[in-house]
Design a protein around this ligand. Structure first.
Ligand SMILES: *Cc1c(COP(=O)(O)O)cnc(C)c1O
Length: 222
């Protein structure tokens, strides 16, 4: 059995030391526990250990878990996976934050469907320009941001990237490029860093890291 509580505390500590090393203030990095494909009991265990923000990739799974765990206090759901317009309603209803916005059609659908508190959104950037990856190309970022900013029901908070699986020192330049783009577009939020590279991401300015495996152990197959 994975000791979720012990893993959670260890990752919290690693986030804290990375932030301190980078000379960043206490509390300047939010830790999202990525619970995709993990059972609701794993989320309950992490919640008991102090976790409040959970990341889910699949819209229906998010909808189902949000319903099954509605008794937990203070949960914040982060939808972190690519989204199709026909599933946007699940994210609009259940999520507090969406990290993978890369098309204006999805933004418009989320805007139409959202009621109550605006959905905080990060625009996903494909920093390397690899065509197999999701995310908007850096050159198309400006026009997408301009289209998203005025939409009701959404609050644009920052940029996100999901680099290829590679050693942390190889992805560090990609984190640095995302940070430069965020500065250029005057966006405060930077969603970057997963289990294998979150410390490098924090050193490069991440304000929110998305960590799954280091907290919950290996994911069961989909
Ligand atoms: C699965 C996933 C993560 C977490 O990855 P780990 O390696 O398990 O930490 C983070 N971000 C996104 C977008 C993901 O799909």
């Amino acid at each position: 059995m994975t000791d979720v509580a012990a893993n959670w505390s260890a990752v919290v500590e690693r986030v804290r030391s990375a932030a301190a090393r980078a000379g960043r203030p206490e509390g300047s990095v939010e830790l999202v526990a990525v619970s995709k494909l993990q059972p609701p009991e794993a989320i309950r265990a992490a919640h008991a250990a102090g976790a409040r923000a959970f990341g889910e990739n699949y819209a229906q799974e998010l909808r189902d878990k949000a319903a099954a765990l509605s008794d937990l206090q203070g949960l914040r759901w982060h939808a972190i996976g690519p989204l199709q317009t026909n599933k946007a309603r699940y994210v609009a209803r259940s999520a507090h934050v969406f990290h993978a916005l890369d098309r204006v059609e999805v933004a418009e659908e989320l805007s139409r469907r959202r009621t109550g508190t605006p959905l905080a959104v990060y625009v996903e950037v494909n920093v390397t320009g690899e065509s197999s990856k999701s995310g908007v190309a850096p050159g198309a970022l400006g026009p997408l941001l301009d289209a998203v900013r005025p939409l009701p029901g959404l609050t644009l908070v920052g940029l996100m990237t999901m680099p290829p699986l590679a050693p942390a020192e190889e992805v560090r330049p990609l984190f640095r490029s995302l940070a430069a783009l965020a500065r250029q577009h005057r966006l405060p939020g930077l969603s970057m860093g997963t289990t294998h590279d979150f410390e490098a991401a924090i050193e490069e300015g991440a304000t929110i890291v998305r960590v799954g495996t280091a907290i919950f152990g290996e994911r069961p197959p989909r």
